[in-house]
Design a protein around this ligand. Structure first.
Ligand code: PHE
Length: 348
């Protein structure tokens, strides 16, 4: 016959043993093994011990039974507490406790404007501050707007199929934004101060410095008493605002059928080298410009005795190359998101 004091003694031994095993369990699976080993309904050590209860005298049974329930309760609680210990929680909490607080915070996902779009917007903004309104014109044009009204005869080399992309029925893809000069002057009397960015098309190669389509930006000012001095001062001010205070410009004589005199405009910038030295760049050509030819003013019905004006046309892709020191125009056409977000972020 089992005696009750040895049963209670065994229970207390199991309790101590189980508590030690619970404390030592290093993973949820190990904890479950301990639970089954001690509290398993069929084969757990506590259940097996209690099978001997039946051999105790009836009056001794309640006290031992109560002790057994106490031990079960203690073990149950110890199991639950251990299960919520930090090192036994899931991987999420694991990595939290292993978090490297020195890592930089994740950046929010920011979009980017295309670098050439940004340059167009910036140039328009500089001219807006100088009194110019942004306008636009169609990309499909007639020979009249693209050439003839601009004092360019159709036997001029620019009008040749070698250079210009013709469509059906005398239509063409505009080869420059200058037709917007004509459309603006036809629709409005002076004074006129506009900038007109837009796509232009030429039969051209696709290489680091040429693309068959590019964004050009036209400027036009017409009023009484406008002179070459206004042109030079305005473009010098633009260059300083766009490229920096120390930027210089120079005019080289040139020829365009729709301006007289005509010039190519070059800029020389100061750039800061990585070692901190300030160095001058070479002269870089950025646009064509000149005084609007009186023949053009006549074509739109203006009195060339009363009005004068100037115009310019610049390649904005070229400006973006200079601004960001990008070696190849084609990068602006290939949609590599790493490149675009690097140069197009608004904080850059
Ligand atoms: N339209 C000329 C070109 O595309 C540029 C230009 C514009 C020159 C206005 C003078 C005045 O080359």
């Amino acid at each position: 016959m089992t005696d009750s004091s040895s049963l209670v003694h065994d229970l207390l031994r199991l309790e101590a043993e189980a508590l030690a095993a619970i404390a030592a369990a290093g993973a949820p699976a190990a904890l479950e093994v301990v639970r089954v080993e001690y509290l398993g309904r069929q084969d757990g050590k506590v259940s097996r011990l209690l099978r001997h209860l039946g051999s105790l005298p009836v009056e001794a049974r309640p006290a031992v039974g109560a002790e057994a329930n106490r031990v079960k309760g203690v073990l149950q609680e110890a199991l639950e507490q251990r299960a919520s210990a930090p090192e036994l929680m899931g991987p999420e909490v694991d990595s939290m406790s292993a978090a490297d607080l020195t890592l930089p915070a994740r950046q929010p996902w920011t979009g980017a404007r295309h670098p050439v779009t940004r340059v167009v917007d910036e140039v328009c903004e500089i001219f807006r501050a100088l009194g110019f309104t942004r306008v636009r014109g169609p990309e499909v044009e007639t020979e009249w707007y693209n050439f003839v009204a601009l004092n360019t005869p159709l036997d001029h080399p620019a009008a040749d199929e070698q250079d210009t992309l013709y469509l059906d029925e005398g239509m063409l893809l505009r080869s420059h934004t200058s037709p917007v000069q004509i459309r603006t002057m036809e629709g409005h009397d002076p004074p006129i101060r506009v900038v007109a960015p837009g796509w232009v098309y030429r039969r051209d190669s696709y290489d680091p410095t040429h693309t068959p389509a590019f964004l050009q930006l036209e400027g036009l000012a017409v009023d009484e008493g406008i002179t070459f001095v206004d042109l030079k001062a305005t473009l010098a001010e633009f260059a300083r605002r766009f490229f920096g205070e120390d930027t210089q410009i120079r005019f080289r004589p040139s020829f365009f059928p729709f301006t007289e005199p005509s010039a190519e405009v070059d800029v020389k910038r100061i750039v800061i080298r990585p070692d901190g030295a300030r160095v001058e760049t070479d002269w870089l050509e950025v646009m064509g410009a000149g005084m609007v030819d009186p023949a053009v003013l006549e074509n739109v019905g203006y009195d060339p005795e009363r009005y004068t004006g100037w115009a310019f046309g610049m390649g904005t892709g070229r400006l973006a190359l200079l601004r960001h020191q990008v070696p190849d125009l084609r990068l602006f056409f290939e949609s590599d998101m790493r490149f675009l977000s690097q140069l197009g972020g608004d904080s850059a």
